[in-house]
Design a protein around this ligand. Structure first.
Ligand code: SF4
Length: 83
């Protein structure tokens, strides 16, 4: 698995705790940094693939990632071939 993208994230120069906020304001602060991140997509997919529950990844909160996973699951189930 290629995780080279991790070294190119906007968060490299930020304290890790910033991406594990305890409230909505903290989530927004992290999301603003993610908004211009050049590796936002692989970061989000990494978090989804590994079912990472905590923190802001790829500009998404924990709740948003749960929603994305649910939507993808439903889309797979409603696909003609079940994929
Ligand atoms: S999307 Fe956000 S959490 Fe992911 S690498 Fe970029 S800045 Fe870091």
């Amino acid at each position: 698995m290629d995780n080279d993208w991790m070294a190119r994230g906007n968060c490299q120069d930020q304290p890790p705790s910033l991406f594990f906020p305890s409230d909505g304001v903290g989530v927004e602060v992290a999301r603003q940094i993610c908004a211009t991140c050049p590796v936002k997509t692989p970061c989000l997919e990494y978090a989804l693939r590994n079912r990472i529950d905590h923190g802001v990844w790829g500009g998404t909160s924990e709740r948003e990632r749960r929603r994305i996973l649910r939507q993808r699951r439903l889309a797979r189930q409603s696909a003609p071939n079940g994929r």
